[in-house]
Design a protein around this ligand. Structure first.
Ligand code: FAD
Length: 394
């Protein structure tokens, strides 16, 4: 119903306007009221300046947290590239906040990853190195993370939106009672040291900027390939803070008995790491027509990707899907064949260095993100491109 203002109690402080989460309130004053308020302000009346003890306590709580941390994900000592991508964006955030960029390294025999992290911009690394952390297990890693958070109080923690990162970030955020924004596509800092976490919402129809302004640390995950890879400086100097921390094996219910590598993984095509991708959409019309895209991809030493429509039609496996519910890719060249360019597809490929779009509809939205657009029938154009590249090689 209509909001009711209790005019006997309202002092015109406008606090309600400031805290309304939907910015739905406005306050109007009559010229007489405005005059009185101006006079009070001139006398230094504390109406506006009133110190709110709750706000002061909150500010004090938040101020105890400082520093930007990146979780360095690894499997058997092998780092995952997204961790370095996060150090790239983390460095910008740390500079804006005027704090140190730190790496959080957990595992067994993983000290070398601290030095790698320094080369990608970290100044300090918190290292928890013990046999119990040899394999990733939620329970032990959560314990290690929460121990470090309680002791060193970082204000921002970034993790890759990988299987491990998603699992760990959710569990840690729950344990330390803070907020977590998954799959961010943009990160920035506002005027009050809050992390502005931008991600697609409502099926990609809007970009929402999410804040966690009452709790610390502020936690976010980012998918691989969303942030650019920072430069490897070659300098491995930095401070390693070794934490003597472990978890008794008996306290961990999960046991890793054996690691069996998926036989499929040998034939698995990693579109996320590819430099050249030829993607097909509904315009490719049939599964056998993807052979034509494969020929072009082979000439470029690239791989074949697909839109969700092509995947849903059963023409391509899900692991080849590019987009919001597929993979984010950042190749040197992305060739979109018979793909209209729905926002959910664009968010997965628009950061490619060069986008070449082939579509017979000149108004297709894919042309808005294309570096080169070819309006025409893909069944004529794709074989012509393949031929041209073959000729160039001869
Ligand atoms: P269409 O939109 O049907 O486009 C086909 C295009 O081919 C048309 O532009 C047409 O002009 C062109 N064409 C036809 N024949 C030819 C020809 N002979 N030569 C040249 N051009 C031709 N989509 C994704 O791709 N990835 C995602 O991760 C994803 N996630 C989603 C998540 C949600 C929550 C939702 C709601 C949707 C998602 N979608 C995703 C689906 C997305 O909205 C689109 O439906 C989809 O991307 C369309 O695929 P398409 O471009 O292949 O097909």
């Amino acid at each position: 119903g209509e909001p009711v203002v209790n005019s006997a109690k309202c002092i015109g402080c406008q606090k309600c306007v400031k805290i309304c989460p939907a910015t739905a309130l406005e306050m109007y004053f009559t010229p007489e009221e405005r005059k009185i308020l101006d006079e009070l302000a001139a006398q230094g009346d504390p109406v506006e300046e009133e110190i709110d003890p709750e706000a002061a306590a909150l500010a004090e709580k938040l101020a105890a947290y400082r520093g930007v941390w990146v979780f360095i994900e690894q499997t058997e000592g092998e780092p995952v590239r997204v961790s370095w991508e996060l150090l790239g964006v983390g460095k910008e955030l740390a500079a804006k906040l005027g704090v140190e960029l730190c790496a959080m390294v957990i595992g067994e025999n993983v000290e070398h990853l601290c030095r790698e992290a320094f080369a990608y911009g970290a100044r300090k690394a918190y290292l928890v190195d013990a046999p119990v952390f040899k394999h990733y297990r939620t329970e032990s890693y959560v314990e290690a993370c929460c121990h470090l958070i309680a002791k060193y109080k970082p204000e921002v923690i970034l993790m890759g939106a990988t299987g491990m990162g998603r699992d760990l970030a959710g569990a840690v955020a729950t344990r330390v009672s803070t907020g977590l924004t998954a799959d961010c596509t943009g990160l920035d800092i506002d005027g009050k040291r809050n992390l502005m976490q931008t991600r697609p919402a409502f099926g990609g129809n809007i970009m929402a900027t999410i804040m966690c302004d009452k709790f610390r640390p502020q936690m976010a995950t980012v998918r691989p390939n969303v942030m650019p890879m920072p430069e490897h400086t070659g300098s491995t100097a930095g401070e390693i803070v070794r934490e003597e921390f472990s978890v008794p094996e008996a306290n961990i219910f999960t046991k890793v008995i054996e690691i069996i590598r998926d036989a499929k993984s040998k034939s698995h095509v990693d579109i996320a790491g590819a430099d050249f991708i030829v993607s097909g959409g509904r315009g490719v019309m049939a599964p056998e027509n993807f052979a034509m895209l494969q020929e072009l991809a082979d000439e470029l030493c690239g791989v074949v990707g697909a839109s969700r429509s092509a995947v849903d039609a059963g023409w391509m496996p899900q692991e080849r899907q590019v987009g919001q519910t597929g993979k984010t890719v950042r190749p040197k060249i992305y060739i979109a064949c018979g793909i209209s360019g729905a926002i959910q597809h664009l968010v997965g490929m628009q950061d490619s260095d060069v986008v070449i779009a082939i579509n017979r509809d000149r108004n297709a939205p894919i042309f808005e993100v294309a570096t080169y657009g070819i309006v025409g029938d893909l069944f004529q154009i794709v074989p012509m491109l393949t031929e041209q590249i073959r000729d160039l090689k001869l």
